[in-house]
Design a protein around this ligand. Structure first.
Ligand code: 601
Length: 331
């Protein structure tokens, strides 16, 4: 079996949403595929009105195939301190023609203001490893873990694009979606994340390659690229107008600063992925400003590097759960 679904970026590529069908008759929600977490949760009719702001709600009572998991609950907090919690149902879920008939659907009773404010986002499909699923008393498998045994190949791929729709594929690798070769790197899933080690980085075409192992996770659910302080300093040190602006909470620079270099990160076997300098001018610091908030920021608050959408949209990535490895390719 296999599946394929289009993803669509929200403004500034802040997140990428995909249509998902839940229940019988199908209820379609727009969900955020998140390889940095492992809960499948949705806005639901259990929520208080004050927490809803235009989102589409999953109504388990309107689904003939929904069964409540009595005595089960969940509560998740994300890196940005946003959170959600609620009850759990088993129901049928279809993503891109791939159906899991007994998916644990976590129906929200409570969401933090960040989720309420994000009116296009109806919930998250966590495709990290099930070991960090928050359902109690017994953790639940991710959509991919439930689908995996029936798939042609135990992989899913992410093709995120800058300012344009891309695609998530399940169970196969579309050889037309990338150029060159796929370089595979080992993954350590013991923390539940797609954790891997980059051999280093290079700033611009003229910079030398800096051989420094960077431990991090591939996280489709995080917008920015969060790298060690030293790497940020090496990159922003090459941009004439760049500075760390405490009032903005990060590095900023003039959006059109022509000295902005591309940023390359190593994957393995000498392969590097090129992030165009334009991706790193993330968003204007305010409507009248000529300065942009940087797409690369320090990971000092996190403890490990997060290869978020800024990096992922420069590549075609294979999440190979069968062999616990990540595949990187240019495109
Ligand atoms: C508030 N929203 C939409 C979030 C979406 C995703 C995340 C996240 O850390 N994913 N790895 C946090 C917050």
């Amino acid at each position: 079996d296999r599946g394929s679904v289009q993803n669509s970026p929200k403004s500034y590529d802040v997140e990428y949403l995909m249509p998902v069908s839940l229940g019988t008759p199908a209820q379609q929600l727009n969900l955020d595929l998140d390889t940095g977490s492992s809960d499948f949760w949705v806005f639901s009719t259990l929520l208080k009105e004050s927490m809803i702001n235009g989102q589409t709600l999953y109504d388990p009572n309107a689904s003939t195939t929904a069964d409540k998991m009595e005595g089960y609950s969940w509560k998740i907090t994300y890196g940005d301190q946003s959170y959600s919690s609620g009850d759990v149902y088993v129901d049928t879920v279809t993503i891109g023609d791939l159906t899991v008939s007994t998916q644990a659907v976590e129906a929200a009773r409570e969401v933090s203001e960040e989720f309420t404010a994000d009116s296009d986002n109806d919930g998250l499909v966590g495709l990290g490893f099930g070991i960090i699923n928050t359902v109690m008393p017994y953790k639940q498998k991710t959509f991919f873990e439930k689908a995996m045994p029936g798939l042609d190949s135990p992989v899913f791929t992410a093709d995120l694009k800058s300012g344009a729709p891309g695609r998530y594929n399940f169970g196969y690798i579309d050889d037309g979606a990338y150029t060159g070769n796929i370089t595979y790197v080992p993954v350590n899933s013991s923390d539940g994340f797609w954790s891997w080690v980059s051999p280093g980085f290079q700033v611009g075409t003229t910079g030398s390659f800096n051989s420094t192992r960077i431990h991090g996770i591939a996280d489709t659910g995080t917008t920015l690229l969060l790298l060690p302080e030293g790497v940020c300093e090496a990159f922003y040190g090459r941009i004439a107008s760049a500075k760390y602006d405490a009032s903005q909470g990060g590095y900023t620079f003039e959006c059109n600063d022509s000295t902005t270099p591309d940023f390359y990160f190593g994957t393995g076997n000498g392969q590097m992925i090129r992030i165009p300098g334009s991706y790193l001018a993330y968003s204007k610091t305010d409507t009248s400003s000529l300065r942009c908030f940087g797409g690369m920021q320090s990971d000092s608050g996190v403890g490990f590097t997060i290869w978020g959408d800024i990096a992922l949209k420069a590549a075609f990535i294979v999440f190979d759960q069968g062999s616990e490895r990540l595949g990187w390719a240019e495109k």
